[in-house]
Design a protein around this ligand. Structure first.
Ligand SMILES: Nc1nc2c(ncn2[C@@H]2O[C@H](COP(=O)(O)OP(=O)(O)OP(=O)(O)O)[C@@H](O)[C@H]2O)c(=O)[nH]1
Ligand SMILES: [Mg+2]
Length: 349
């Protein structure tokens, strides 16, 4: 699962990225416009994996991972705009986290979070309109697929109203037809409100909350700089530092969990004496596609998935007993995997 940190220059993407990954990528003016993309991995805390491991005592415990990409966008011409060279990197990721600046900039400008949200929305909308218009132009000369012009026209009209494609009801068939475009406004989006160190506990500006609610976006307030500093400390030092600030916890575990939910991610589990492990998939993923997360051979040779819920397993504390109680199911390729399913894939490969 690849998630892109996006937003305007100086919003704190690299700072948040460092906090998340524990890396030390360069931040601030020195790094500005470098066009350097940072890529790092974050483990998703999951108490269920620990619970499974306590029973199976496996050789190895593996948590789900989110790959974060810090998309270093060279600032576009004229203030708060994006250079279009940033768009291909954004298309590559499966979900977007927009970092917005709510702290005073290095040169003392106050944050304008609502403006940044609206402006990025505009940039992403334009980024989606461009390939649609190009394709429609070509379809004047060449024959497309049946219904293609109508579908693209529908998307275009929606975008021209300033609305993201993720708000549009699309049939499964339409979704497949347009998947090659990797539309930006179709990707799940989570907002990180990057606040000044002293503002972590302040309520979110009502105008901003109203915008987020109207656009069905979740906002996580945190201070990137504070989190980055915390991530450089030992656990004991972290506790002391947090206590000094009157805070109980770092925002990162909360952020990773919220990212998971907002980005419509869930985990399925595999468990046994060798390894207990959580795997990340999008909500709505079929069993055969989930198998492909583990190995393409298992996807290709998929026969059945044996599924039990985490809760049933924890009740009996043994897979054999879950089976005896008739609570293990055999599911086919099209079964939609649920969060917390423990799965054994049967395959011929
Ligand atoms: N006060 C304060 N400053 C912050 C915070 N987060 C980031 N900054 C500062 O804001 C400046 C810009 O942060 P970066 O992380 O480099 O921003 P960016 O979005 O990666 O910028 P580009 O790489 O140019 O796109 C740096 O000087 C950071 O130290 C914060 O939470 N509070
Ligand atoms: Mg940066």
């Amino acid at each position: 699962m690849k998630v892109g940190l996006v937003g305007f220059s100086g919003s704190g993407k690299t700072t948040v990225y460092n906090a998340l990954t524990g890396q030390k990528a360069e931040t601030g003016y020195a790094s500005r416009g470098s066009g350097k993309t940072n890529l790092g991995v974050v483990k998703v805390p999951d108490a269920r994996v620990d619970a499974l491991a306590a029973i199976h005592t496996p050789k190895k415990i593996t948590l789900a991972e989110i790959h974060f990409v810090d998309v270093a966008a060279p600032p576009g011409a004229g203030g708060r705009s994006l250079d279009t060279s940033a768009l291909p990197a954004m298309r590559e990721v499966e979900a977007l986290v927009q970092v917005v600046r709510a702290f005073p900039s290095e040169d003392g400008k106050p944050g304008e979070p609502l403006g940044e949200l609206q402006d990025l929305q505009t940039e992403l909308t334009l980024g989606d309109l461009a390939p649609i218009e190009k394709r429609l132009e070509r379809l004047k000369k060449e024959k497309g697929k049946p219904g293609e012009i109508e579908l693209l026209g529908k998307l275009k009209a929606h975008l021209e109203e300033g609305k993201p494609l993720r708000d549009l009801e699309l049939s499964e068939q339409d979704q497949t037809a347009i998947s090659g475009y990797r539309f930006l406004t179709l990707k799940p989006l989570l907002i990180v409100l990057n606040v000044a160190e002293g503002d972590v506990d302040k309520p979110i500006d009502p105008a901003l909350s109203a915008y987020a609610a109207a656009n069905k976006l979740s906002i996580i307030p945190l201070s990137g700089k504070l989190e980055m500093e915390l991530s450089e400390l030992s656990p004991d030092e972290q506790k002391a530092f947090l206590a000094d600030l009157g805070l109980s916890d770092t925002a990162l575990p909360r952020f990773v969990r919220a990212a998971y939910a907002a980005l419509e991610l869930i985990s399925f589990l595999t468990a046994g004496p060798d390894e207990c492990r959580a795997w990340t998939i999008r909500r709505g993923t079929s069993a055969v596609r989930a198998a492909g997360k583990i190995h393409s051979d298992i996807e290709r040779g998929f026969i059945r998935a044996e599924v039990m819920t985490f809760d049933d397993f924890m009740q009996f504390k043994s897979e054999a007993k879950v089976r005896e109680a008739g609570k293990a199911r055999l599911e086919g390729k099209e079964y939609i995997v649920r969060d917390g399913d423990i799965i054994h894939f049967r395959h011929n490969s």
